[in-house]
Design a protein around this ligand. Structure first.
Ligand SMILES: NC(=O)c1ccc[n+]([C@@H]2O[C@H](COP(=O)([O-])OP(=O)(O)OC[C@H]3O[C@@H](n4cnc5c(N)ncnc54)[C@H](O)[C@@H]3O)[C@@H](O)[C@H]2O)c1
Length: 252
């Protein structure tokens, strides 16, 4: 039987790398896409059945190249994981157009371009797309005018794609992570933010990369064969709860 193949963007570290490793454990081959070519080469060298593609997902030509090279290598694409993302936080007054475009280019344009580029290959396998949103796309918060808006758009893009590609057997879902201690998060999470998250999350802690990978790979796999157009928050309960939770908790 031919081995399944996933494309994981932003695969050089963090949630994308953990997702790559879980796919490999599941017996899939993985095309690892990342614009950080040094980090990508280093992690790809220590893994087998992977293809390293040092590309920028916000470049339309790169998205086409990603599909060409993956098909030439594996002969098929069964899942696309749109995980590459950037976070830049700041007040609305400080969010100039360059910052807005930087965030949108990767977080939104990249998801659109890669999904578009993969659509025909996914029709052939009746494959799946999993987009990585964020709790910041589900609930508005301060400092996230560009990031939160990009992720809210990704959530809607997921539903648009699910609506149109369902007739080809392609499933499209989104995973919205809560905070995970990756390089991306640690660059924008001060100690105050970390403490506030702990208070606002019923499970009372950050998630791990592996916990996110488990949800992503589930949605990409046949185990989720009747699930499409859904948004799954893997966030320790953050999205489901309202304000005032710490005060209402029973003392430990
Ligand atoms: N860590 C968190 O707390 C958290 C929370 C919610 C959502 N997310 C989302 O999860 C996803 C993964 O984030 P992470 O925390 O693992 O981040 P990370 O910074 O550890 O990894 C992101 C990877 O994406 C790559 N990348 C960025 N822009 C790219 C581009 N244009 N083309 C190709 N590669 C690019 C980076 O080089 C990096 O290797 C992102 O979409 C992020 O928004 C993360």
């Amino acid at each position: 039987m031919t081995q399944n193949c996933a494309i994981v963007t932003g695969a050089a570290r963090g949630i994308g790398l953990a997702t790559t490793d879980l796919f490999l454990e599941m017996g899939w081959q993985v095309a690892m896409v990342d614009r950080d070519s040094d980090e990508l080469t280093a992690v790809a060298e220590s893994r087998s059945t992977v293809l390293a593609l040092p590309l920028d997902v916000s470049d339309p030509q790169a998205a086409a190249q990603m599909v060409r090279e993956t098909r030439a290598w594996a002969g098929r694409i069964d899942a696309l994981i749109n995980n590459a993302g950037v976070a830049e936080f700041g007040p609305i007054a400080d969010c100039n157009f360059e910052m807005w475009r930087r965030v949108m280019a990767t977080n939104l344009d990249g998801v659109f371009l890669c999904s578009q580029a993969c659509a025909n290959a996914l029709k052939a396998t009746r494959g799946a797309i999993v987009n990585i949103g964020s709790i910041s796309g589900l609930r508005a918060s301060t400092l996230r005018v560009a990031y939160g808006t990009s992720k809210a758009a990704v959530i809607h893009l997921t539903k648009q794609y699910a609506a149109e590609l369902g007739e080809y057997g392609i499933r499209v879902n989104a995973v919205c992570p809560g905070p995970v201690r990756t390089k991306l998060a640690m660059a924008v999470h001060t100690q105050d933010i970390i403490d506030a998250y702990h208070d606002a999350i019923p499970l009372n802690r950050y998630g791990t990369e592996r916990e996110l990978a488990e949800v992503i790979c589930f949605l990409a796999s046949d185990k989720a064969s009747y699930v499409t157009g859904q948004v799954l928050a893997a966030d320790g309960g953050f999205d489901s709860t309202g304000v005032g939770l710490p005060a209402l908790r029973s003392p430990r």
